[in-house]
Design a protein around this ligand. Structure first.
Ligand SMILES: NC(=O)c1ccc[n+]([C@@H]2O[C@H](COP(=O)([O-])OP(=O)(O)OC[C@H]3O[C@@H](n4cnc5c(N)ncnc54)[C@H](O)[C@@H]3O)[C@@H](O)[C@H]2O)c1
Length: 365
């Protein structure tokens, strides 16, 4: 921390995700973005100049940034299997960490991150930026206010028409990504659904995975460029569709579907909740098809009513970063050790295990 109490932040990863964190830090009044790391020299130079990061604090190796950045805060937006090694090293160096989702390639590794946060009394946070969408926030408040009654069933999904993030890129190599769209997209929808439902424990999971597009060289996003991460282009050995049925504490159920490529007219992102006194559905579109909606079906004075609440702007990464900084500023880190994100990783592990075994997987209470 500087003498004036300003916090020094660094970002590892220069891709789309890393750039969201950079932009967000640039908006926080009492934080200085002082260090960047990534392997693309041109992007390192351009972003370094844009964010006025001194040349001596632009690194091509994350370890150098952790060792020499003199940081208070670190955002990790590198390929998934790097999250845990970077986070544990940074937490052990006394740096508070905000990791991109998915937290890690599996729950075992994610747990190492939580343990490092506990051991060092630091904040460990994971960026679930989509729960910061305006309509998610409005629906959350309506559910918390009891307008829909207890929610007993929910469906959540993110399905792309043609959105494999680069065939052969690190995203499609299990050894680097940990998995396909369930890891990449489904984790956001799982997070939103459990958040809306007030964090019920997941008791059991039945899931299936399929790979019908990637292995045939189909379904790659037109916008995806081959990721320049020093990772050799590799095989497609993850799923491109995952479907899961989750039994929740209290008897509720959740259907979760995640796909990078499907024979559907356009991308779909949705969460639908069914309560005793009302139902609601949220939808939003891809960046090239921007729209968002929240519809609520209930009754008022015994009369069926469809509500279209006003939706505030989306908070997304800016709010994730602001929230992380607020947790650090709070000085009390005990409830900010990444445990909720770890719980998401446990569920995703169970989905993959269920898909592999073809049976239901029960989870410890
Ligand atoms: N929350 C979201 O909405 C969202 C969106 C996209 C990606 N992500 C997540 O963000 C992370 C990054 O995704 P991306 O799409 O930006 O990936 P990307 O491949 O575009 O960028 C990865 C970056 O990591 C850097 N990197 C790799 N190895 C490194 C090393 N040893 N030292 C320093 N830097 C290194 C690369 O040089 C590159 O700049 C992933 O975990 C992904 O799941 C989150």
């Amino acid at each position: 921390m500087s003498a004036e109490g300003r916090l020094r932040a660094g970002v590892i990863g220069l891709g789309w995700a890393g750039q969201q964190h950079m932009a967000a830090y640039a908006e926080v009044a009492d934080v200085d973005l002082v260090a960047l790391a990534g392997m693309e020299l041109d992007a390192l130079q351009t972003l370094g100049v844009a964010y006025e990061v001194p040349e001596e604090h632009r690194y091509t190796d994350w370890q150098d940034l952790v060792d020499h950045g003199r940081l208070d805060l670190l955002s990790i937006a590198a390929p998934t299997t790097l999250h845990a090694p970077i986070a544990v090293t940074a937490l052990d160096a006394g740096i508070h960490v905000l990791s991109e989702k998915p937290m890690a390639e599996n729950a075992e590794t994610a747990r190492l991150m939580v343990e490092a946060a506990e051991r060092n009394d630091r904040v460990l946070d994971v960026s679930f930026n989509h729960r910061r969408r305006g309509h998610v926030q409005v629906l959350k408040k309506m559910i918390d206010d009891g307008i829909l009654g207890p929610i007993y069933y929910a469906k959540a999904g993110w399905l792309r028409r043609e959105g494999i993030p680069g065939l052969g890129s690190w995203f499609t190599q299990r050894a680097i990504s940990g998995g396909g769209p369930l890891m990449d997209l489904g984790v956001h929808m799982l997070d939103i659904a459990l958040y809306l439902l007030n964090e019920p424990a997941v008791r059991a999971v039945t899931a299936a995975t399929y790979a019908e597009f990637g292995p045939r060289g189909k379904g790659s996003s037109a916008a995806a460029t081959m990721r320049k991460t020093g990772v050799e282009p590799g095989a497609f050995d993850v799923e491109d569709l995952s479907t899961a049925f989750l039994r929740l504490q209290g008897g509720g159920t959740l259907l979760l579907e995640s796909s990078w490529a499907q024979w559907i007219p356009k991308d779909q992102c949705y969460v639908t909740v069914y309560g005793s006194d009302g139902g609601a559905s949220i939808e939003w579109g891809a960046p090239d098809d921007p729209h968002r909606s929240l519809n609520v079906w209930t009754e008022q004075a015994g009369v069926p009513a469809t509500l279209h609440p006003n939706i505030p702007p989306d908070g997304l990464h800016t709010e994730s970063v602001l929230d992380f900084v607020a947790k650090v500023r709070s000085g009390d880190y005990t409830n900010h050790r990444g445990k909720q994100a770890l719980a998401r990783a446990v569920v995703i592990d169970a989905c993959y295990a269920s898909a592999e075994k073809g049976t239901e997987i029960t989870l410890d209470p």
